[in-house]
Ligand binder design. Structure first.
Ligand code: SF4
Length: 478
C-alpha cells in the first residue's frame, strides 16, 4: 500500500511571513505551518491531492525503495548543473582598453592618447585558436574593451581566423562585439552581416543621464551611440543590437525614466545592473557608491515599470529577473556564470586579455588593472588543460562549492546559487571570505526572496510573463 514519506527539503520564512519549501530537485512549494508539521511527522495526514502535488515536486515519495523517484531526482539535479560540465562556452577577447569615454566608474578603459593596452597580433591569433580547445558544441566569442571597434582591424582578423578554422570544426559560433558603437561604419556592418555578428552596447537612460555617466570631450556619447544603433538596425536588422545599463548614484532617482527610455528605443530587454564594486569604481566609492538598500528600492521601482509595460502589451524582459526566474522555475539552467557551483569562472567562461594573460572572468581582469593579478590562470597560448589545472582555478573551484561553504551549505537557495570567489576576492581580498558577508550573497538572497514573493502574489497573466522570462536568456553572461 502507498505510504508517503518525506524526501529531504529546505524551509525558508520569507520577509512577508510565508513559508517556502524547496526540495532537492529545486522545485518549490508554499507551505502552511500545519503542512510543515505533517510533512515532518505524518505525511499521510495531508490531503491526497496535496500529497500528489508534493510528490510531483519531490517533497514526498512512496515509502520503500521508490527507485523511480530517486533516479528522476538525480537526473533533475544533474540538469541543474549541466552547463558547467561541457567546457568553456563563453570566450571573451579584449583587443584593446582604448575608449573615447572616460566614465568615472569604469574599471579598465584608457584614453586614446595612452599607448600600450592593446593585444599583440600573436596573442590575438593564439586566443582565436584557443576557443576551439573547449569541447562545448556551441561557443560565444565576445569582443570586449575598452572599445573593440577602435581596433576593428584586430576584431576582423580574429573573426576571420575563427570562421576559417570553423569550416572544419563545425561548431555553432555566436560572435558578439560590445562597443559604444561610436566608430561603427557601413563597411563594418557589412562584415558583421557576413559573419552574423551581434552588437552589444550601453544605454544608461535618457540622454542627460547617459552623457553624465559616460563623458566624452563633446558630451555627445548618447547621440553617437544612438546613431550607431540606428545604423546597425538599418543594415543588420532590428534585433542586431542589445543594450546594457549600469546603475549609478545618478540613476537611483530615475527608475521609471530609464525603463521608458528602453521602451522608446524599441529594446525588448533591459538589464538593471548594480555598479560593480571592483577597480576604479571601488576607489571612487565615496563619490559613486550606494547602499544595497538603495539599489533594491531602485530595482523594485524599475521592475514595476517593466511589468507596467508588459501589462500594456509591450514585451520587455528584465534580464536579472529572468536569470533568477530561470533558476527557480526552469528545469534547465541557463548557465549564468556567477551563480554556478562550481563557479562558471574558468569552467564555462574565459577572458583572453590584451596583456597576454587568460583570466577566469571579466571582473578578474578588472581586478588586475588595479594591481591584483592573482587571478591570472596563465599565458594566452597555454593549453586549456593547463589553465583549468592551474592552482588559481583549483582555488576558484574549491571556494565555490556550496556543499563545502559554511552559509551556503545550510542555505535553501543553494541549488540555484553559489558563492562568487572573484567577487569575494575583490571585496575582501580573499576568495574564501565569509560568504554571508559578501555583497554577492546579500544581493542574491534578496533577489530570491523577492521573486518567490512575487511568484506567489502574481496574477495569472504575470505568472505567464515570468515563465516566458524563465526561458534561458541569450545575453545573461555578458
Ligand atoms: S551565496 Fe548566499 S544566497 Fe547564495 S547559496 Fe550561498 S548563502 Fe545562499
Amino acid at each position: 500500500m502507498y505510504e508517503p514519506a518525506a524526501l529531504p527539503y529546505s524551509l525558508r520564512k520569507l520577509p512577508d511571513g510565508q513559508i517556502l519549501g524547496i526540495s532537492e530537485s529545486g522545485d518549490h512549494a508554499f507551505l502552511t505551518s500545519d503542512e510543515v508539521v505533517h510533512l515532518e511527522n505524518a505525511p499521510a495526514k495531508l490531503p491526497i491531492e496535496r500529497q500528489a502535488e508534493l510528490k510531483a515536486r519531490f517533497f514526498l515519495t512512496s515509502s520503500g525503495k521508490s527507485i523511480g523517484t530517486r533516479r528522476l531526482l538525480v537526473s533533475r539535479k544533474a540538469a541543474k548543473r549541466e552547463t558547467v560540465q561541457v567546457g568553456p562556452a563563453l570566450h571573451a577577447i579584449v583587443p584593446t582598453l582604448l575608449c573615447e569615454h572616460s566614465c568615472r566608474y569604469c574599471q579598465v578603459s584608457r584614453s586614446l592618447e595612452e599607448i600600450g593596452h592593446t593585444i599583440s597580433v600573436s596573442d590575438l591569433d593564439a586566443a582565436s585558436d584557443a576557443v576551439f580547445e573547449s569541447r562545448a558544441p556551441t561557443l560565444t566569442v565576445e569582443y570586449q574593451g575598452g572599445d573593440p571597434l577602435l581596433r576593428f582591424d584586430l576584431v576582423r582578423r580574429s573573426i576571420e581566423r575563427i570562421a576559417a578554422k570553423n569550416s572544419t570544426e563545425k561548431r555553432s559560433i555566436r560572435f558578439v562585439v560590445a562597443s559604444t558603437l561610436h566608430q561603427l561604419t557601413p563597411e563594418m556592418c557589412e562584415f558583421f552581416r557576413q559573419h552574423r555578428v551581434f552588437l552589444s552596447t550601453s544605454i544608461d537612460g535618457p540622454s542627460d543621464l547617459h552623457n553624465k555617466n559616460r563623458p566624452t570631450p563633446a558630451r555627445d556619447a548618447y547621440e553617437r551611440t544612438i546613431a550607431g544603433i540606428e545604423l546597425a538596425r538599418s543594415l543588420l536588422g532590428a534585433g542586431s543590437v542589445s543594450a546594457l545599463m549600469t546603475t549609478t548614484k545618478e540613476s537611483l532617482r530615475r527608475p521609471e525614466e530609464i525603463v521608458d527610455e528602453y521602451v522608446r528605443l524599441g529594446f525588448h530587454d533591459i538589464f538593471l545592473r548594480p555598479l560593480s564594486a571592483y577597480g576604479f569604481a571601488k576607489r571612487n566609492q565615496a563619490v559613486l557608491g550606494y547602499q544595497q538598500a538603495e539599489f533594491q528600492q531602485f530595482y523594485l521601482k524599475a521592475l514595476e515599470r517593466v511589468i507596467h509595460w508588459n501589462r500594456q502589451g509591450i514585451p520587455l524582459r528584465e534580464v536579472y529577473a529572468s536569470i533568477i526566474l530561470n533558476k527557480v522555475l526552469s528545469t534547465f539552467d541557463s548557465g549564468y556564470v556567477d551563480l554556478q557551483s562550481p563557479s562558471g569562472a574558468g569552467l564555462s567562461a574565459l577572458v583572453y586579455n590584451y596583456d597576454g594573460y587568460v583570466y577566469p572572468a571579466d571582473e578578474a581582469r578588472m581586478l588586475a588593472e588595479t594591481g591584483d593579478k592573482s587571478l591570472r590562470l596563465g599565458r594566452i597560448g597555454a593549453s586549456l588543460k593547463a589553465l583549468l589545472e592551474s592552482e588559481t582555478q583549483r582555488q576558484l573551484v574549491r571556494a565555490s562549492l556550496t556543499d563545502y561553504t559554511p552559509g551556503c551549505r545550510e542555505c535553501p537557495y543553494r541549488l540555484f546559487c553559489a558563492p562568487n570567489p572573484v567577487d569575494a576576492k575583490a571585496q575582501f581580498g580573499d576568495m574564501r571570505a565569509p560568504v554571508l558577508m559578501t555583497e554577492h550573497c546579500q544581493r542574491h538572497m534578496w533577489l530570491f526572496d523577492t521573486f518567490f514573493m512575487k511568484i506567489k502574489a502574481a496574477e495569472p497573466w504575470l505568472l505567464d510573463v515570468f515563465y516566458e522570462w524563465a526561458a534561458p536568456p541569450e545575453c545573461e553572461a555578458q
